[in-house]
Design a protein around this ligand. Structure first.
Ligand code: AMP
Ligand code: ZN
Length: 478
């Protein structure tokens, strides 16, 4: 498989450190709010990558952190802690907020068919490890202590290592980025915090050799990825916003502490925009993931997430979501037609070609766009050549299973039974009241033979109908 490596800015052959195993870390959510559509897309991409690596025969060990402290509103070292700010607004214990938002995150991930990572460590549970690594960085001469805070000495580090990787920036550009710099105690504007002194009002704080404080945002990922995956592992992923400052800083801390730079392959997803604009809560140009999954269904959101190439920015619009839903519906119909196909004697002339195209696409830097195209091309040919009656039952079954299997790699649950079950679940109440009303109509017409048959059949299923004046009551018995 080939992967675009943001570190070398090239497409490279993917060769994991261990022969049969891929160790992968993806930066997790800051759990101060419900997940938004951008989270949905980014994590659907990582999930697709994981499923593809499994298909290639690797065992994947996936770690994703939960940021529950240290990510400040300014995204740099100033502003308020996002978790603390929201908890105070809601008059909630910060860790209760964290727990709820983490649950909400995984609930939505489940809706878009994203498998849970093997391990989801929380920053606040790794303070001793964070302090150890911070001490090491100071000892190695790459960080300094001022007024109870610890800062990474970027200039000192740049004498030994390149910085900031992933983006082309020299010191004058770094200077521009840090133009507004409200922390005068730093030696240089571009230095970043490993540990921040906490004022007494800041309730998320821990004791440290430098007094009470809390960790900077970037250190948690260096510490937890190295702890669980080793100082050198295979893949590290995040959204494109992490190209600066988060990932260069994670990597700089790792070199400064261990002399190793964490992952070999660094991958970045393109951002989700809404109606062509940056997502922003203050202007209302913002969509929570649950809003999207409730409106269009988790499967359509998943399909939309992987219908564009992961490195591209993607625009969330109602039209795009409707189109994704319709396209997915046509795949579901195809699978249902495949399920009932057979009776002729032909082979499927297109299955092998489909598999080849799908695999080529996925091996080419996870090109899900062409993988999806291959699925639709297969569908098109089956209808154009009306293969449903021409192929043998065995062949139809093979194609059915192939489509379901490869759809599954994209996170789509195409198999006809799952689809039926989901649909029936969604409409079970409507379906039942329709049958009850129909039975009443039959009774009015005095067609008791049929109305009684409906009652008996439902009773067998544990659904009892009781006629009382003016209506029919339902009782369910297991
Ligand atoms: P956060 O919750 O902001 O810490 O982000 C968690 C992950 O989601 C990171 O990998 C971010 O890069 C990614 N992310 C945040 N916003 C977006 C967005 N609008 N589009 C795509 N990915 C995003
Ligand atoms: Zn991170």
């Amino acid at each position: 498989m080939k992967i675009y490596n943001s570190l070398t800015k090239r497409i490279e052959e993917f060769v994991p450190i261990r022969e049969k195993e891929v160790r992968m870390y993806t930066c997790g959510p800051t759990v101060y709010d419900y997940p938004h559509i951008g989270h949905g897309r980014t994590y659907a991409v990582w999930d697709t990558l994981k499923r593809w690596l499994y298909h290639l025969g690797y065992d994947v060990y996936h770690v994703m952190n939960i940021t529950d402290v240290g990510h400040l509103t300014g995204d740099m070292d100033f502003g308020e802690d996002k978790i603390l700010k929201r908890a105070l607004e809601k008059k909630m214990e910060p860790m209760v907020l964290v727990e709820r938002m983490t649950d909400a995150f995984f609930d939505q991930m489940f809706k878009i068919n994203v498998q849970k990572p093997d391990l989801t460590p929380r920053a606040s549970c790794h303070i001793p490890e964070i302090l150890e690594v911070t001490k090491k960085i100071i000892e190695n001469g790459y960080a300094y202590v001022v007024n109870g805070s610890v800062y990474f000495d970027v200039e000192r580090y740049m004498r030994d290592y390149p910085y900031p990787e992933f983006v082309e920036m020299d010191l004058s550009e770094l200077e521009k980025v840090h133009r507004v710099e409200p922390i005068p105690e730093k030696k240089n504007k571009w230095d970043f915090a490993l540990w921040k002194k906490a004022p007494p009002s800041h309730i998320l704080q821990w004791p440290s050799p430098w007094g009470y404080g809390f960790p900077g945002w970037h250190i948690e990922c260096t510490v937890m990825s190295a702890k669980y995956l080793g100082e050198e592992f295979d893949i590290h992923g995040g959204g494109e916003d992490h190209k600066f400052p988060h990932h260069p800083n994670e990597r700089a801390q790792a070199f400064a502490a261990f002399g190793k730079g964490l992952a070999r392959y660094w991958m970045h997803t393109g951002f989700v925009k809404i109606n062509g604009e940056k997502m922003s809560k203050s202007t209302g140009n913002f969509v929570y993931l649950h809003e999207a999954t409730e409106k269009y269904g988790g499967d359509a959101v998943r399909f939309w997430s992987i219908s564009s190439h992961y490195r591209r920015q993607v625009d969330y619009t109602d039209e795009a979501m409707e189109a994704a839903k319709n396209a997915l519906d046509s795949l579901y119909l195809f699978v249902q037609d495949l399920e009932e196909a057979g009776g002729g004697g032909q082979k499927d002339p297109h299955r092998e070609e489909f598999v080849k195209r799908f695999e080529e696409a996925m091996n080419n830097d996870l090109d899900t766009v062409n993988a999806v195209k291959a699925l639709f091309e297969l569908r098109k040919r089956w209808y154009a050549e009306n293969l449903f009656d021409k192929v043998s039952e065995e062949e139809a079954k093979k194609t059915y299973e192939t489509v379901v299997y490869y759809g599954g790699i994209l996170g789509l649950e195409l198999d006809a039974r799952t689809y039926r079950r989901k649909l029936l679940e969604r409409y079970s109440d409507e379906l039942l009241s329709f049958i009850v009303d129909l039975r009443q109509d039959l009774r009015k017409e005095k067609l008791y033979r049929y109305s009684d048959e409906i009652r008996e059949k439902l009773k067998e299923m544990g659904i009892e109908l009781m006629d009382v004046p003016g209506k029919t009551k339902l009782r369910f018995r297991k």
